[in-house]
Design a protein around this ligand. Structure first.
Ligand code: AMP
Length: 283
């Protein structure tokens, strides 16, 4: 028999559950997700359970972070499967509001993402991070977590949210978790389900190419020619469009000045047909 997990769909029911925990002095970790859960998400749940007494996982495919021509309507959804996985992972509560609960009639305020959102994804998905910043602020206000766990898979999202929490003095700690990968290096992603068999064969090249670039940069290679070379390798592997390959300051995501000894991160986004993949690695 499959295990069961408590699911709440209204802010009212959510508050009932969390206030009981608060009265008992228990701390809360939040793991925000858009569902279609895989081992990467479950690793975040595992980390959350270590960081607080109670773990809330939110499942909400947030319409405001999708652009008009993006994949909102076909984004994979499998709530029954997600609930089974979360029960097995020993999460305490699932927060799964409908769109009307999150954005009721008349909703119009929002949070503007800061400088970390400007480039990279921000150039190709102009309103994406404002949508992310707004929905995560709502999730933080709804769940009132002590800590919220996000994956390094979405490295810029992590940087943007750290900035929002810091700049707006939100009373929680953001924790980043390492990217879970398939054995061939491909970062796990709900969007990998879109890949054809042939595309799935090509996909691990994204990680291989940026990992090689990171190593070259660590060994002192020229960044500009390294990036050009990486883009050529991605095209040769079969990527149909390369949005960006960049080497950035690991904290601010700004273009790093030469030789200043700060931590760097290689970030990339590229398309295989209709599927856009992103990945990043430390230098
Ligand atoms: P998503 O459902 O794709 O919006 O992701 C929800 C959370 O899971 C985000 O914090 C992601 O960064 C994180 N995540 C997604 N894929 C992975 C992965 N392969 N490894 C670790 N975390 C991930």
């Amino acid at each position: 028999m499959s295990e069961i997990i408590k699911v709440v769909r209204s802010v009212r029911d959510l508050r009932k559950a969390t206030s009981k925990w608060r009265q008992r002095g228990q701390s809360i970790a939040l793991v925000p997700t858009m569902g279609a859960l895989h081992a990467g998400h479950l690793a975040l749940v595992k980390l959350a359970r270590k960081k607080a007494d109670k773990t809330v996982v939110s499942i909400f495919v947030n319409p405001t972070q999708f652009g008009p021509n993006e994949d909102l309507s076909r984004y994979p959804r499998d709530e029954a499967g997600d609930l089974e996985k979360l029960a097995a992972a020993d999460a305490d509560l699932v927060w799964a509001p409908g769109v009307e609960e999150m954005y009721p009639e008349g909703f119009s305020a929002g949070v503007r993402a800061g400088s970390a959102a400007k480039e990279l994804e921000g150039e190709f998905r102009p309103f994406h991070f404002d949508g992310v910043a707004t929905v995560c602020t709502k999730l933080f206000n709804q769940v009132t977590p002590d800590v919220a766990i996000f994956g390094e898979k979405d490295y810029q999202q992590l940087a943007v949210l750290r900035q929002v929490v810091r700049d707006l003095n939100m009373p929680l700690k953001i924790i980043g978790a390492p990217t879970k990968r398939d054995s061939d290096g491909l970062a796990l992603s709900s969007r990998n389900a879109y890949l054809s068999e042939a595309e799935r064969e090509i996909a691990p090249a994204l990680n291989a190419v940026i990992a090689a670039l990171a190593e070259d940069v660590a060994n002192g290679a020229d960044v500009v020619s390294g990036i050009a070379n990486a883009k050529r390798k991605l095209a040769a592997a079969g990527f149909t469009k390369i949005d960006y390959v960049e080497v950035r300051d690991a904290e601010t995501l700004a273009v790093p000045p030469d030789h200043d000894g700060r931590d760097l991160r290689v970030l990339a986004a590229a398309w295989l047909g209709k599927t856009r993949l992103i990945d990043n690695v430390a230098v």
